[in-house]
Write a protein that binds this ligand. Structure first.
Ligand SMILES: Nc1ncnc2c1ncn2[C@@H]1O[C@H](COP(=O)(O)OP(=O)(O)OP(=O)(O)O)[C@@H](O)[C@H]1O
Ligand SMILES: [Mg+2]
Length: 303
């Protein structure tokens, strides 16, 4: 099995652990690590942990800190990243783990919105060309994460369309206008969102649990696909061609929940491609996500 993971917003991810973290005070960390990360990169790492060699990743990398990012990527034995070099910085994120408060806090410096960071038509064509080539040898496309505003509004649909035309399975984990625009071009076989993302994208307001179950089924029947909505520590709600499923999460002690959604994507897609069975894929996604929550690494199932 081979899966292409595309990520338009990779990050240099710093995970910093504190015995106790206090805002407005000087905080000195106990443990510190740095990873090449971003949603589809996290998923790519987990896919390779599940089945070595089963994923490749494709992402834009800002020239300003490209060397740093690529060193992190190449130090990671479970990541194979093809970079598309563009102007500006690769985004940096910090995850603050507070052992006393038992909290995961994410801090994102949104440098991607910097007008100096220009993707440009050339980078877009290059990326689409790589997707086209990779789709010849891959079974599926896993496309996760947000689109920086300096990429064309229709780029997500164009990327998915390449995979669709090649007859490959698509898992889409991105929300809002990008997803709605994509749906005008082609329908991803699997859409995985969290509750807020599903409600914002398709409904425009939050829903009661009963309403949510019904809306997920309705949307999945309409799109004739699989829609999975994860909800943090609450049961995952999903539907396959309108048929509803409910999956409880695993009861574990979480250390770092960063990348749980991306890890779910990887576990679900790997299992789905192997078995084409909804129950089994939901269980696998849930188990991988629970393993990730127990590691300090964002997007990893290696305890
Ligand atoms: N504290 C936890 N304990 C056990 N499992 C968890 C915990 N937090 C998250 N998970 C697992 O991870 C899955 C995905 O989590 P969540 O719904 O928060 O994803 P997300 O919002 O898409 O996350 P991301 O920020 O990675 O995109 C959940 O459905 C659950 O299975
Ligand atoms: Mg998510």
């Amino acid at each position: 099995m081979k899966i292409l993971c595309v990520c338009l917003s990779p990050t240099i991810q710093r995970t910093i652990t504190f015995d106790s973290f206090n805002t407005g005070k000087v905080n000195r960390s106990q443990i510190w690590r740095e990873d090449a990360s971003g949603k589809a990169l996290n998923a790519a790492r987990v896919l390779n942990q599940l089945e070595p060699g089963s994923s490749v990743a494709l992402c834009p990398v800002g020239n300003a800190n490209a060397e740093h990012f690529m060193i992190l990527a190449s130090n990671d034995t479970n990541l194979y990243v093809t970079p598309i070099y563009i102007e500006g910085n690769t985004r940096e994120c910090w995850t603050i783990l507070d052992k006393t408060g038992k909290t995961t806090t994410e801090v994102i410096s949104d440098e991607l919105q910097n007008p100096l960071h220009i993707a440009g038509a050339e980078a877009e064509l290059k990326l689409l060309e790589f997707v086209r080539k990779d789709m010849m040898v891959c079974d599926a496309l896993l496309f996760a994460g947000s689109r920086p505003s300096n990429w064309s509004a229709n780029i997500c649909g164009r990327i998915c369309d390449v995979a669709k035309k090649a007859g490959k399975t698509i898992l889409a984990d991105f929300r809002g206008e990008d997803l709605l625009t994509t749906l005008k071009v082609c329908t991803p076989d699997i859409i995985k969102l969290n509750e807020t993302e599903f409600c914002q994208t398709f409904i425009g307001k939050s829903l009661s649990e009963d309403e949510l179950v019904s809306e997920i089924s309705k949307k999945s029947a309409e799109l004739k696909n699989i829609i999975v909505v994860t909800r943090g520590t609450k049961d995952t709600l999903s539907a396959d061609n309108g048929k509803a499923y409910r999956t409880p999460i695993e009861n574990i002690t979480a250390i770092n929940t960063t990348g749980c959604g991306d890890t779910f994507d990887a576990g679900f897609l790997n299992n789905y491609l192997n078995n084409k069975d909804m129950e089994s894929a939901l269980k696998a996604g849930t188990h991988c996500a629970a393993l990730n929550a127990q590691t300090i690494v964002p997007g990893s199932i290696n305890l």
